[in-house]
Design a protein around this ligand. Structure first.
Ligand code: AMP
Length: 580
């Protein structure tokens, strides 16, 4: 359907034509006529990238009255970045509407500037909930004349704990308002909110409920937990043109993985909550302009990032809830492009894949981590493709060419090709010469599981994993306090802790491999300290005691641990540097 057919004002049509929009996207086809011709509320299930902003923005621009200098439309969004983006999109749609003011207000920015912009009430405010409440309390925003209220990425706002703020904001708007709620998923919290604050409503769904995007292929690789990083590198190496986000569970893990990738010569950076706003903006900008190929991010930090042409989303760890998986994978396969959502999993996580498959209604494909030769071949042909397509600057090359020809005249064509290719390619060959098979087959994964499950008199026997918590001697930690913290955070008395080693900044402790994820996940949901797998984490097998009787034994680190520490990083698969 064209925009002409939707009956929008001439000024709006001119602006969207200039933006190159020809046909309305499905969500726009449904929402624009509905908002213009009906008077009910709207709930729309749609991922980002489906054209939501125009879907709510264009009918608002059509219906509000520019003559009135009062706030008639309010758009709530979870993050500052989304807020800015929505405001900018609306401004571009409203380019030819005279006298219209659109103001974004969001946290993390000097409030004085925003206060000044609100001196004359704008007809449209785009806001993050916390900052808006602040401005309402300062009496700089008056919502009593709001005709349209939009909740964008409502599920994200709930995840971020904004439910009370949203309730407060709803209470400030008149009951006569029309509400539009957009959400990628429909958890119970959203259903409650819409029941409470929305009147008779139309529900539209773009794509299936809770579905993975149609254009996304879901694949997983199964490896030992200690091989995750090596597997990640193989996936990246197998896709030389990758432009993707690697999702990690904690800030610490995000920092660690990004740092390792950078040290190993990849075009990567980290995005997480420990960065200042300016640093985050810088990283996002570099990623947007493709100065960085791989962005390592936490779910929360990546929320503000809107990029449409990602080739891959990589789940370095599977998220704890399926909604997060949907959000992550929905970041690729947008705007009619295809994308791949890759998950690197351990055998213990296979059941999670089954759960996700059931809920998103899509099958995962188990892929084999490629061997060294496969990666080398892929890289080699990529190099050859680049050579075929490189732009040759004859003008500057011509004066030097006779000399170059003279220098190379003794080598024949075939030899020249081999030498040029080797120049770049030898590094890959060297690196992958003795690369191990990282795939975890079913038999190994069974063995892994069964050893992890044995018990003996004094305690359990099985594979252990060494974890690292971001607290040490300087924070007054001791084994007893650590056990207390684990108890409080994980809330599961069956977690057994092995040897503990306290250093100045960090504390290392062993847990059974099959309980490690639970501990990491529990710590991942709080912000005070982070827990991650220590480098070269697999400690081996040994006896564990129940946690309560553990403290006196924990004070000394045993010889097994010492030999582990000497053993160093699980690496060995040393990469090259400065690949690009
Ligand atoms: P959104 O979901 O609003 O973030 O939109 C996703 C992307 O699609 C943005 O880059 C929009 O500029 C673009 N877009 C929105 N509507 C259309 C349309 N009708 N035709 C082409 N592109 C569009």
């Amino acid at each position: 359907m064209t925009f002409n057919e939707l009956g929008l004002k001439e000024e709006i049509q001119r602006a969207i034509q200039e933006l190159g929009y020809e046909n309305a996207m499905p969500i726009q086809e449904r929402s624009i006529p509905f908002m213009i011709n009906d008077n009910r509320d709207l709930v729309a299930l749609a991922q980002t990238g489906t054209g939501k902003t125009a879907a709510f923005g264009l009918p608002i621009l059509q219906l509000l009255s520019v003559e009135k200098k009062e706030t008639q439309a309010l758009v709530l969004a979870p993050t500052r970045e989304l807020c800015i983006q929505i405001a900018n999109d609306l401004k571009s749609y409203a380019k030819y509407i005279k006298g219209l003011k659109i103001v974004p207000v969001y946290g993390g920015e000097n409030i004085i500037t925003q206060l000044r912009q609100l001196d004359i009430p704008p007809q449209i405010i785009v806001a993050t909930p916390g900052r808006l409440i602040d401005l309402i309390e300062r009496r700089k925003v008056n919502l009593s004349k709001v005709d349209f209220m939009v909740l964008d990425e409502a599920d994200e706002m709930l995840n971020m704990g904004f439910v009370e703020d949203i309730t407060t904001i709803f209470e400030q708007t008149p009951e006569s308002r029309r509400t539009m709620l957009f959400s990628a998923t429909m958890p119970a919290g959203i259903a409650n909110l819409s029941r409470k604050y929305m009147k008779e409503r139309e529900e539209i769904s773009i794509g299936k409920k809770n579905s993975g995007t149609e254009n996304v292929a879901h694949v997983y690789y199964m490896v030992q937990a200690k091989d995750r990083y090596l597997a990640l590198k193989r996936v990246v190496d197998l896709n030389p043109d990758i432009y993707g986000i690697v999702f990690c569970r904690t800030r610490q893990e995000t920092k660690d993985i990004a740092e390792k990738l950078m040290q190993d010569g990849y075009s990567a950076d980290a995005l997480h909550g420990d960065l200042s706003q300016a640093q985050r903006d810088g990283v996002m900008q570099k990623f947007r302009i493709k100065n960085i190929q791989v962005l390592v991010a936490t779910d929360v930090a990546a929320r503000g990032l809107d990029v449409n042409n990602l080739t891959h989303v990589i789940n370095y760890n599977l998220p704890d809830d399926i909604e997060s998986y949907t959000h992550r994978s929905g970041r690729t396969g947008r705007a009619n492009k295809t994308g791949i959502s890759v998950s690197i999993i351990h055998s213990r996580e296979k059941h999670k894949i089954k759960d996700i498959e059931r809920i998103i209604g899509r099958q995962f494909e188990q892929n084999q981590i490629p061997n060294g030769m496969e990666v080398c071949k892929k890289q080699l042909f990529h190099l050859i493709d680049r050579m075929e397509n490189v732009e040759v600057n004859n003008e500057q090359l011509d004066p030097l060419f006779p000399e170059i020809l003279k220098k190379l005249e003794y080598i024949d064509k075939e030899d020249i090709i081999k030498r040029f290719v080797s120049l770049e390619f030898n590094r890959f060959l060297d690196y992958y010469k003795n690369a191990a098979d990282l795939n975890l087959n079913e038999r190994e994964s069974f063995r892994d599981k069964s050893t992890g499950g044995k018990f003996d008199k004094g305690g359990r026997k099985g594979q252990k994993v060494r974890l690292k918590i971001s607290m040490g001697d300087k924070d007054g930690i001791n084994p007893k306090r650590l056990l207390g913290i684990i108890n409080d955070t994980v809330g599961d008395k069956t977690i057994s802790v092995g040897s503990i080693e306290v250093t100045n900044k960090f504390t290392f402790f062993d847990v059974f491999a099959d309980q490690a994820d639970k501990v990491i996940t529990a710590f991942g949901s709080q912000e005070m300290f982070s827990v991650s797998e220590a480098k070269g984490n697999r400690v081996g097998e040994g006896n564990f005691r129940a946690r309560k009787s553990e403290s006196s034994n924990n004070r000394r680190s045993d010889s097994r641990e010492k030999s582990y520490r000497r053993g160093g990083d699980a690496g060995g698969d040393k990469p090259w540097r400065n690949r690009r």
